[in-house]
Each structure stands twice: as C-alpha cells, then as structure tokens.
Design a protein around this ligand. Sequence first.
Ligand code: ATP
Ligand code: MG
Length: 209
Amino acid sequence: MIAATRTPSRVGIMGGTFDPIHHGHLVAASEVADEFDLDEVVFVPTGAQPFKLDRAVTTAEHRYLMAVIATASNPLFSVSRVDIDRPGTTYTIDTLRDLHAVYPDAELFFITGADALGQILSWKDSDALWDLAHFVGVTRPGHHFDTEDLPPGEYSLQEIPAMAISSTDCRKRVQAGKAVWYLVPDGVVQYIAKHGLYVDPATFQHPAE
Ligand code: ATP
Ligand code: MG
C-alpha cells in the first residue's frame, strides 16, 4: 500500500497588539485565509512591542481574552499565547520560531499590515524571517506602501475591502464615551465595558512588563 502523501498544512499568523481586536483584523485574516487557501489562522497578541513602548498598552491577559472572544466562532481561527508568555520585547523572529516549533510541517504565512511590512528591514534578524514564512502585506485605506527595498518573491500583497478601522480609533471612542458597536465584535464591546478598558488605569500594562 502506498502511503498517502500528506500535504503540509498552511498556517497564517496574524500578529498584533489587538488593543482591542477589531473587524479590520478579522476581515484581513479571513480574506488572506481565502486567497492563500490557509487551513488555519493563528492570532498572536504581542507582549511588549519595540514600536509601541511609548504608550500605555492594555494588559496582555485582557488583549488575549478579547482575541479569544472575537475568534471563538470561526473554526479556522485560533489564538496563541507564545508572545505574551515569552518575557521581554516581542520580535517577529521569535514568534515565527515558536510557531514553527508548534507546526513543524506547516508552511507559515505571516500576515501583517502594509505599514509594518514597510518597516520589516529594521526588524531583528530580518534576513532569517524570509526563510521562516511567506509574508502577506495587507493594505488598508490611507496607508501608502513602499516595497522598493523588499526581496521580490518573499512577500505578497493583499487588498482588504475598505475597513478604515483602527484600534487607536476604538480606544479614543471608548475614552470619549462613544460607542464601538460594529467596529469590534459584540462580545468585545461587552468585555471592554465590563472591565473598564481604556478608562481604568488598573487595566494598563507597564511598558517594562
Ligand atoms: P493601533 O491603532 O493601536 O496601531 P491597529 O488597528 O493598527 O492598532 P494592530 O494590533 O497594531 O492594530 O494591528 C495588527 C495588524 O493588523 C497590523 O499588521 C495592522 O497593520 C493590521 N491591521 C490593523 N487594522 C487593519 C485594518 N483595518 N485592515 C487591515 N489590516 C489591519
Ligand atoms: Mg497598528
């Protein structure tokens, strides 16, 4: 009997601060999953981030739980704790190495915003990144994308339907007492209200944590 060849699974990795996770993130993950025929998309909330050390970020557990609530109903989506459980600053190279260990046979697709992909050359060990994953840059309205310095063939671009939603805007709305219904999933609206996120200082994480 000839053993059936197992096609390696295709796993998307959606890293983000997710403070809070919103429908832009979910649509982006869903569109990329469809376009690249992914078997799974893993959302990976960051620990401390090199580019976000200047502002108060919500504690990792709250951001993780909001990601779980937002993704729970989609059989393709899951959430990983690798970045929030690893001490110190989150670097994408570590995220990819850890997830490669979790999915040793899978082809990894790192999904990131056009803004972040543009900065990729300044990331720690950027050369090694291309060996670990194919990079998918998602474009959103109002973000110019400069690919001049990026290695051809190592990345793809994917246009996401006009979803001009950002976590920054969601946080500002909550702080101003405005609604975030329909920008984030219903369960996330309720979670934010229940815990006083973006209003109660006790919910902020110290940058060094
Ligand atoms: P912030 O406003 O705090 O920077 P954000 O909305 O950009 O938050 P992040 O957690 O930083 O959210 O985003 C994670 C990833 O999702 C990034 O690569 C980002 O570019 C991408 N992303 C964020 N919002 C959208 C959107 N509306 N459409 C497509 N991609 C998005
Ligand atoms: Mg951002």
